[in-house]
Unconditional design. Structure first.
Lengths: 332, 332
DNA sequence: CCGATATGCCGAATCGATTCGGCACGGTGG
DNA sequence: CCACCGTGCCGAATCGATTCGGCATATCGG
């Protein structure tokens, strides 16, 4: 492809040694005198030698790359980008590339991957399903649910339930009583969506202080500012004092809408919170999942899973935490 | 890696033919009778044969993958995620994977890539610099500026200047006079940042209606809600009536802050706009760069550039447009 | 001075696919 | 009947690196 690639043989010729010796000298593996090793190294980077990955991987039957697969309907979110870079950064430390999978189109090359990290897969996610069938090790981040009983090699989950309960309780302690959960319709079938719903319902129905009420509202995929404004207005009319968003980005839009609806409602103390790792809000707490670290953890698990045939393990990710806006404690 | 990989030889044995014939039958290249071809195909997918990419690519010296490289300080933005998927989707149509590059750590494997798409590279971006030196075809999206005079194979740019001028004029027609440009310090050295600055200064100093004033304000990398609120308050004090943000995400925060600062200022008609492809705002226009299409375009250019030694071409991306909030026209 | 051990290096096979040149066979035309 | 050509298939080299077994030469104990 390039003008001319420098191969091991070129280096060997340069120093008058066999390619065996050169290979061993560079990898530090065989029995090679220190002096020779040095000479080889010098020649190698004088010639600009860069070992050919393909050849190496072919010979050693080693992994070339792993795949990153996000939830189709929401994969653009900043959260997932951070996550993906967490994966890629970790994979690089063991010399492996991370390729972006684009839905089912990626399946043909997907079979060649050493493993795949699937974040928040939907129910019966076709990509995950096909990969598991093809015996590719898959780390599911968030549960993968299959109507055929297929299982991911490893499942990694954050402690959503605990964190969400904490968040709700915090709102409760600040005096919030009328809660509303805002989510994104059934577009996203990932497990965390329905889980969040359950946690919310359980808590508002019996877990929290007395006098609680909880309602749910769903939005279309990319809510327009107008639809969110309408929702905010309606929430105010109904006396809602805490809006809890279940999808990244929605909370920010909600606060934005509050600005527009204006009429001092913003300062009336209505709190906007988020279950889903938003950037910090101004009016309420947010769950921060440390996506980068989360991704790196997933990659590490995949690495383990590739080493030995896995058993469908389940692992908790402990890096999530609650973040309150500064000074939020003083109010209410 | 997997239980056992089915190779060409396995298929050959199965049908009692040589691997040459099998290879040719499957690729449809040599002289093989239709009947044999069919038999081979059947055997192949009965055995679940999937050609080994590494071997194929090694033999044919073909491209395995291209790389995606974003601007270090801002690569998490949703915009870039969309862009990256645009690249990956397009690359997939020609059977090529897209790998995520993680800064300089990716350089060793980067040399093995068929090409790289570098979005908004910083001045003397070390990754781009190294790649160009290593003769890897690079498509720079947004100008790559090098103090050593290096050039990307192809440069793709959106019509930032025109779009930004349009945006400012639109604000001007709505009656805005005191402008402020909000950017993110010198952390991001990508060309579009300083370009935006110039457009803004040029327009506010002589391009727009009379009575204009323009000022600039920069923020730290991840501005806290508090710092943005402070900025909003100060802007109000100074009588600013249009805040133009130069970085994705900042505008949203600004509108959020307006909600907090409250006191009917929000409705006072201050407009928040954005140069940088924010999600729609409620109070002002935004430049939408169609990141997915932008990425796909970049990938297509890379494909061309890999085919024939490129010449440092410059291409305009015409997919950008202005988006106004609904009903914004009526106010002001 | 001799057999044993250690050291430094190399030959050749291997990973899995692609590809060029060539072999054998059957048919055609003169 | 022979020269010639098209068809269907295969052998072997190749891509670039890794790795095992082995061959000299040097070193050492007795």
């Amino acid at each position: 492809m390039n003008p001319r690639t420098v191969t091991l043989i070129d280096v060997a010729r340069r120093v008058g040694l066999s390619r065996t010796t050169v290979s061993e000298a560079l990898s530090g593996k065989g029995r090679v005198s220190d002096e020779t090793r040095e000479r080889v190294r010098a020649a190698a980077d004088e010639l600009g030698y860069v070992g050919n990955r393909l050849a190496r991987q072919l010979r050693t039957r080693s992994i070339g790359a792993i795949g990153y697969h996000g939830p189709l309907e929401a994969r653009d979110l900043e959260f997932y980008m951070r996550f993906a870079f967490g994966v890629a950064g970790e994979a690089l430390t063991w010399g492996v590339d991370t390729v972006l999978m684009v839905g089912e189109d990626s399946l043909s090359s997907g079979r060649q991957l050493g493993g795949v990290i699937a974040v928040d897969p939907g129910v019966d996610d076709p990509v995950v399903t096909a990969l598991i069938r093809a015996q590719v090790p898959v780390v599911a981040v968030g549960r993968y649910e299959s109507s055929e009983g297929l299982r991911a090699a490893v499942t990694l989950e954050a402690r959503h339930a605990e964190l969400q309960k904490d968040l709700l309780e915090r709102l409760g302690r600040k005096g919030c009583r009328r809660f509303e959960l805002w989510g994104m319709s059934a577009d996203i079938t990932s497990a965390f969506v329905s889980d969040a719903q359950h946690v919310f319902e359980a808590w508002t129905s019996k877990g929290g202080p007395s006098g609680l009420s909880g309602a749910t509202r769903t939005f279309a995929k990319n809510p327009t500012p107008e639809s969110v404004q309408r929702a905010v207005r309606e929430a105010l009319d109904r006396g809602v004092d805490a809006i809890v968003c279940g999808v990244q980005g929605l909370a920010t839009q909600a606060e934005q809408a509050l600005a527009q609806v204006g009429d001092s409602a913003g300062r009336a103390g209505i709190a906007v919170a988020s279950f889903a790792s938003d950037p910090p809000l101004a009016t309420g707490p947010v769950i921060d999942l440390s996506p980068r670290e989360y991704g790196a953890t997933a990659a590490r698990l995949l690495s383990d899973a590739m080493a030995e045939p896995p058993v469908g393990a389940h692992v908790w990710f402990e890096g999530g935490r609650l973040v309150d806006p500064q000074g939020w404690g003083q109010r209410a």
